[in-house]
Ligand binder design. Sequence first.
Ligand SMILES: NC(=O)C1=CN([C@@H]2O[C@H](COP(=O)(O)OP(=O)(O)OC[C@H]3O[C@@H](n4cnc5c(N)ncnc54)[C@H](OP(=O)(O)O)[C@@H]3O)[C@@H](O)[C@H]2O)C=CC1
Ligand SMILES: O=C(O)C1=N[C@H](C(=O)O)C[C@H](O)C1
Length: 260
Amino acid sequence: MTTKVLVAGFTGAMGQKAVNLVNESDGFVLTAVFAAGLTSTTPADYDLPANVAVFSSLADIETDAEIWIDFTLPSAVYADTTFAIEHGIHPVIGTTGLTDDQETELQALSKEKGLGGIIAPNFGMSAVLLMKFAKEAAAYFPDVEIIEMHHGDKADAPSGTALSTAKLIDEVRPAHKQGNENETETLANVRGGDYNGIRIHAVRLPGYLAHEQVLFGGPGEALTIRQDSFDRSSFMTGVKVAIDKVSGLSELVIGLENVL
Ligand SMILES: NC(=O)C1=CN([C@@H]2O[C@H](COP(=O)(O)OP(=O)(O)OC[C@H]3O[C@@H](n4cnc5c(N)ncnc54)[C@H](OP(=O)(O)O)[C@@H]3O)[C@@H](O)[C@H]2O)C=CC1
Ligand SMILES: O=C(O)C1=N[C@H](C(=O)O)C[C@H](O)C1
């Protein structure tokens, strides 16, 4: 049996990797691709076989795809995921930027339709493990800051991974004020973003791909947890796990760790 897959954001850095993954995976076939702002919908213009349908607008999509892999933009991902669920296509969402409310709404829609899916801010094993270890450490080290470092083309800040890390830490970290009570910033935002008292710092530099450090400090000691994605292939292990498992799910799962 072959499972038909649509890749949204197929012209992008991650979308291209996802197309290759589907093409190389036994039991899966690329049946459609989607990206906004295309000047052509001729498959050959993208080195795709003639039987792959190319769409440049959500409204135009007519497909028998069973899985929807999404690596688009934070501004597009909610509409894409809603479309997929409403059309009975299992979503595998790597695009970051969904708000908590949007995730809750999508989970409700998925439940209503009885359709499983996966949303993962990071499909890389090193990042999944970093988040797990950071949550564990936060119970013992309540003072923590996060530094994420990405390539200069990244559209959103903070990274979805950094935000998820902060949320996981926040679940176990005793709530308290960190740092000097009378602290003032003499340069705007120099202390970073604030997620319930957890500071997040976003670095954007050429040469970097995707990296995160979680810094814990305690009396007389410190713990640093770091992960590095040096190549986008690092994310494909998790995407493969997701496409293998998603058809067997009956709910919309958030976080790759919950299907491993
Ligand atoms: N979960 C994970 O493990 C990972 C997640 N990501 C996330 O994936 C997303 C994509 O990253 P990346 O591939 O680097 O980004 P790119 O900018 O390289 O690619 C974005 C893709 O989305 C398309 N696109 C833009 N607007 C729309 C729209 N409105 N509807 C449909 N498609 C659209 C673009 O088409 P066009 O080129 O025509 O504009 C392009 O194909 C980001 O949110 C990023 O954070 C990234 C790496 C790993
Ligand atoms: O845009 C990226 O590149 C990445 N985005 C994801 C995020 O925002 O966390 C995952 C990874 O960090 C790469």
